[in-house]
Design a protein around this ligand. Structure first.
Ligand code: MEV
Length: 314
């Protein structure tokens, strides 16, 4: 028996969500909330999965890895890790998460990357971070049907990254931004939201393509402003407006964005896929007032300090 625990951080997308699915860049930050995957091999050829974020445990024979019902990201991550190691084994997998599920904070990417690393570790196979990020991206792509490498890159490498989907290397930016996260508590599916945008784009490319193009331009400009210590509030607001046009906002997200701006935030926007989940506010001089305004509406608010630590063996 071999026991290993691996952790990986969640993330907030600062700029560029959805447009990054169509090859535009994104700016993303790892946050100091993590998912822990503890994994032990077992010799009865069964896989048992439990998580503090899910009401139901799952147990099935190794042969049913592809067909069992539940924990799709973890099952796909185990499948790709078995492929990578060339070995299969019974496993006990226990997930402990500080990241609310389906909230836009990257829990599926972090659990996928941490699970691949844990399986490889337990089966005695070394795997580089570059390879982990690629396999993690494959997990998201195969489970969701469409996914950019943003979330899996940042949970693997940590820090603030400028991700250009067609490039292997991600540029690391040395900055820590004072952000407040507002959480609507509404779970939603990234895959479904990405699909909605795709349908809209196919129906009216002449309207939707320029929106995507402009989100890409904003992201490039935001990187320049961050690197030069300039304000990014106004760019956040414009990016939010374009996400509203893509149809991925919700009444709750819009009311949180408005409340944050009214309380003194310089900028605020959806973060991640939208439809519920979370928003972020850039509030260098009014963090407490912004957090209070979000809580006054009955939602949760927390600081999202950037973490430089990506996926790691505990
Ligand atoms: C999800 O965190 C961000 C999206 O752009 C999807 C993706 O990049 O895979 C909506």
């Amino acid at each position: 028996m071999s026991m290993v625990t691996v952790s990986a951080p969640g993330k907030v997308i600062l700029f560029g969500e959805h447009a990054v699915v169509y090859g535009r860049p994104s700016l993303v930050s790892a946050i100091d909330r993590r998912i822990y995957v503890s994994l032990e091999t077992r010799d009865d050829n069964k896989i048992a999965i439990s998580s503090n974020a899910e009401p139901r445990d799952l147990s099935f024979p190794v042969g049913e890895l592809r067909t069992a019902d539940g924990f799709p990201y973890i099952r796909k991550a185990v499948e790709l890790a078995f492929e990578r190691t060339g070995r299969e084994s019974g496993l006990d997998i226990e997930i402990s998460s500080e990241i609310p599920p389906a909230s836009g904070l990257g829990s599926s990417a972090s659990v996928s990357v941490a699970t691949i690393m844990a399986v490889c570790g337990a089966l005695g196979t070394e795997i580089s971070k570059e390879e982990l990020a690629k396999l993690g991206h494959r997990v998201e792509f195969e489970v969701q049907g469409a996914a950019s490498p943003t979330d899996t890159a940042v949970t693997t490498f940590g820090g603030v990254l400028f991700v250009e989907p067609e490039k292997e290397e991600h540029q690391r930016i040395d900055v820590s931004l004072p952000l407040v996260v507002g959480y609507t508590g509404i779970e939603r599916s990234t895959g479904a939201l990405v699909e909605n945008v795709r349908a809209l784009k196919e129906k009216s490319p002449e309207i939707v393509d320029p929106i995507i193009e402009n989100i890409g331009r904003i992201t490039v400009e935001a990187k320049y402003r961050i690197e030069n210590g300039e304000d990014i509030g106004e760019l956040m607001n414009t990016n939010h407006g374009l996400l509203v046009e893509l149809g991925v906002s919700s009444p709750e997200l819009d009311s949180l964005v408005k409340a944050a701006l009214d309380a003194g935030a310089r900028g605020a926007k959806i973060t991640g896929a939208g439809g519920g989940g979370c928003m972020i506010a850039y509030a260098p001089d009014s963090r407490e007032a912004v957090a209070n305004a979000i809580e006054k509406l009955g939602f949760r608010a927390f600081d999202s300090a950037t973490t430089s630590e990506g996926v790691a063996v505990e």
